[in-house]
Design a protein around this ligand. Structure first.
Ligand SMILES: [Zn+2]
Length: 322
């Protein structure tokens, strides 16, 4: 991808473009910011722009194509092996970086999930960062910057990345997935500015079944125990989707709360269910909504552990129906 093909992050792109144009690249960069917002794509576009035979990251020269296919001899990618990045991996990269570049003006090492460098690996890497060689460039990526060794951070030029704005994400989702405006809005609102998250969402559940699901949920009353147990059984039978169903409940109750507090409708997730939101919000108060959101949060935490899902859902539905 070229810089232009990656969504958003205009300031970061500018800064990197100017660094290349002026020949003043840092020896090491740390790109940090939430998961799935495009740091790695920008890093790869950056590598392409540095390596490109036409100097633009054109996408058609052999250097660009090799970067795209991850087979450029001067691009080295370091990723966690299991839970951590180990010292042997860092040593192997250091050996590579000690040679001259084969085809490109520089050798670049991209370290993904830099917070996973274990202490020994981090200290080994530090040596390379302390004695930079002119032809080596290191790009670290992290969604948990504070967990990267401070001594490593301080030797990098740090570039923050921010979540994509909702309108930008919405527009891209509509174009990419052929969604209509309200579908794009809902998916973007549920994805917290992460394109990766948006693309990973189960669209059938989040766009179509959501309406049915919220209908069944809001139809429950404290007295309808049989209906409540039946719904709990249904919702907990799909273990894979359990967490996502809770996420939908959370978004709905959050909408009710925002509506209650007079937020503009465009801030809500369920923009296609405004009538329901108005109706249900009438029978709730701020404090009942906060209690229900807390109950959902508890269930979400429980769902990560190995609890009985059906029982957890029954308890939650009773609280939500109250
Ligand atoms: Zn090119």
């Amino acid at each position: 991808m070229t810089f232009g093909q990656v969504l958003g992050h205009d300031r970061q792109k500018d800064l990197l473009r100017r660094a290349i144009a002026s020949g003043r690249l840092a020896h090491a960069y740390l790109f940090y910011g939430a998961e799935g917002i495009g740091k790695r794509l920008i890093a790869l576009a950056f590598v392409r722009a540095v390596f490109c035979q036409n100097g633009t990251g054109c996408g058609t020269c052999s250097a660009c194509r090799k970067v795209d296919h991850y087979n450029h001899p001067d691009l080295h990618i370091l990723e966690p092996d299991g839970a951590t990045i180990k010292i042997e991996q860092v040593r192997a990269i250091q050996k590579e970086l000690s040679f001259r570049p084969l085809e490109a003006p520089k050798k670049i090492c991209l370290i993904d999930s830099a917070e996973k460098l274990n202490p020994a690996a981090g200290n080994a890497l530090l040596k390379t960062l302390e004695e930079p060689r002119g032809e080596a460039l290191i790009i670290l990526l992290s969604s948990q910057k504070e967990r990267v060794l401070p001594t490593i951070r301080s030797r990098c030029q740090q570039i923050p990345f921010h979540a994509l704005s909702r309108p930008l994400l919405q527009q891209a989702l509509q174009e990419k997935l052929g969604l209509n405006e309200s579908q794009g809005h809902i998916l973007a609102a549920l994805s917290e500015g992460s394109f990766k998250k948006a693309l990973g969402k189960d669209k059938d559940l989040f766009l179509e079944q959501r309406r049915e699901l919220l209908k069944s949920l809001t139809a429950l009353s404290p007295g309808s125990i049989i209906a409540l147990f039946k719904l709990a059984e249904e919702l907990s039978s799909d273990k894979e989707r359990f967490q996502e169903i809770l996420e939908l409940f959370q978004a709905f109750y959050r909408d009710l709360l925002l509506h209650k507090q007079g937020m503009p409708e465009n801030e809500l997730v369920n923009i296609d269910l405004l009538e329901k939101i108005h109706r249900v919000a009438k029978r709730e108060s701020i404090s009942t909504l906060l209690a229900k959101l807390e109950a959902i949060a508890v269930s979400r935490r429980q769902a990560d552990r190995n609890v009985n899902k059906q029982l957890a859902m029954e308890v939650l539905l009773m609280r939500l129906a109250a």
